[in-house]
Design a protein around this ligand. Structure first.
Ligand SMILES: *Cc1c(COP(=O)(O)O)cnc(C)c1O
Length: 436
């Protein structure tokens, strides 16, 4: 009989584990039996991804907003190794530790000054679940249990767990697939007045109307400030948030900013809400929090939210890996790198280079729009991108870019050089030429 615990791999060539992956593993939004190709990853350094097949690719994705300082960073490695040699994990129930306390202190000093309490969560989606629970418990504690629904934006994205999914765009969030599972929230249209354009007050009218119509049942509005990420890489006018803050105050509705994608410098401000200077009551952060090393997120709340909930009982959430010391230690190291304050110049340089490289693509017939904000660049096509075909061309041109829907977008590590950005843009152009 064979020992079922014995090492079964014994792969002699990467093509063997790639083949096993193809048959047995799920990747984000895939089926195990579909043939969408996956590239075999070997390692990454700085802005370069090395494939097992020998190609070296410039990273245009930062592993989905995360790796802002680049890969295999000496200071982040050092912090991780130091912490793992001391202790990798300890339960957060009844015990606390310096990495978690230091991180919370840092987050409160970086975030909006009205925020006062921190919940350390283990992923972005979970931090959104916690934010939603905070809002619901807040109004329970206030004796207004009727205020339990949320208002969210169309084209918004807040994560894939059930509670978070219920506030994602109803179409792309696949609400119809899970209709019986999800609570029904209220949705406002996507803000259409663009970042950088003159403010058009009519852009807020429908939101105002919905808030007035539903305020007695609304506990909170949740949205991504300034940049809608996974819902379409869309940049909207900061005044929208100022209007929203005022109406939420007037109607006693909490305001939740989901800064999971936008936080830690990506938009050119440390947090995207700073473009509007209209602070939230609750804020979620994640993704780049650990510089892309480990999964960690946090939900920040005002003293009013924290103390009101506390007056009626505990906040009802407690993940097993809450406050994981290893994740907190590397997050502290990443935030220390940010505090060197090189990121504003780095983001500005990436931004300028992407403007230069991407803007001319508007001349292609298949390109509908080109937009850049901070270290985020997007080329919107008139059709869905054939991801497999596009990636083949990107890889052949030395670039790692993962399009979705009609969008080819870039969010490289902040340390990307002008030459590396030029490589990414040239790869996009090579694909555009094949379809135009
Ligand atoms: C990625 C993302 C999430 C979900 O975070 P996970 O760590 O994937 O659970 C939530 N909100 C926004 C805005 C995101 O970009």
């Amino acid at each position: 009989m064979t020992d079922p615990t014995a090492k079964t791999s014994g792969f002699s060539h990467y093509s063997e584990w790639l083949e096993f992956d193809r048959k047995h593993l799920w990747h984000p939004y895939t089926s195990v039996n579909n043939a969408l190709p996956c590239y075999a990853f070997d390692s990454a350094d700085g802005c370069i991804i090395h494939l097992a097949s020998g190609e070296h690719l410039v990273d245009g994705m930062s592993s989905w907003w995360c790796a802002i300082h680049g890969y295999n960073h000496p200071r982040l490695n050092e912090a991780t190794i130091e912490q793992v040699q001391r202790n990798a994990h300890i339960m957060f129930g009844g015990l606390t530790h310096e990495p978690a306390v230091e991180l919370s202190q840092r987050l409160l000093s970086m975030g909006p000054s009205n925020l006062d309490a921190v919940f350390l969560a283990d992923s972005g989606s979970v931090s959104v679940e916690v934010a939603i629970k905070m809002a619901a418990q807040y109004f329970q504690a206030k004796g207004k249990p009727g205020k339990h629904r949320l208002l969210a934006l169309r084209n918004g994205y807040h994560g894939d767990t059930a509670g978070a999914m219920a506030v994602c765009d109803p179409v792309t969030g696949m609400h119809s697939l899970f209709a019986k599972l999800l609570p029904e929230h209220v949705f406002a249209p996507q803000p259409r007045c663009r970042f950088g354009d003159e403010w058009d007050p009519s852009d807020f009218s429908e939101m105002r109307r919905l808030l007035r119509q539903h305020h007695k049942e609304l506990c909170a509005v949740i949205l991504e400030p300034i940049v809608q990420g996974a819902g379409g890489i869309w940049f909207y006018h900061p005044q929208y948030l100022c209007e929203l803050r005022a109406v939420c105050d007037e109607l006693e509705i909490l305001l939740i900013y989901d800064e999971i994608a936008t936080g830690f410098g990506r938009t050119g401000k440390l947090f995207a809400w700073e473009w509007a200077q209209a602070a939230p009551d609750i804020m979620t952060v994640g993704k780049a929090l650990t510089g892309g090393y480990m999964t960690l997120a946090a939900t920040l709340a005002t003293a009013d939210v924290a103390e009101t909930i506390g007056s009626s009982g505990p906040l009802m959430h407690g993940p097993t890996f809450m406050g994981n010391p290893l994740a907190c230690a590397v997050a502290n190291a990443s935030l220390t790198l940010l505090s060197d304050n090189k990121w504003p110049q780095q983001v500005a340089a990436v931004s300028t280079q992407m403007q230069r490289g991407l803007r001319p693509f508007i001349q292609y017939k298949c390109v509908r729009d080109v937009r850049v904000l901070g270290a985020i660049g997007a080329v919107e096509l008139d059709r869905d991108v054939d991801v497999a075909a596009a990636q083949k061309i990107f890889v052949a041109n030395g670039a790692w870019i993962r399009p979705f829907g009609k969008l080819i977008y870039l969010m490289p590590p902040f340390i990307a050089s002008n030459e590396q950005i030029a490589t990414l843009c040239a790869a996009i152009e090579a694909y555009l030429r094949t379809i135009d």
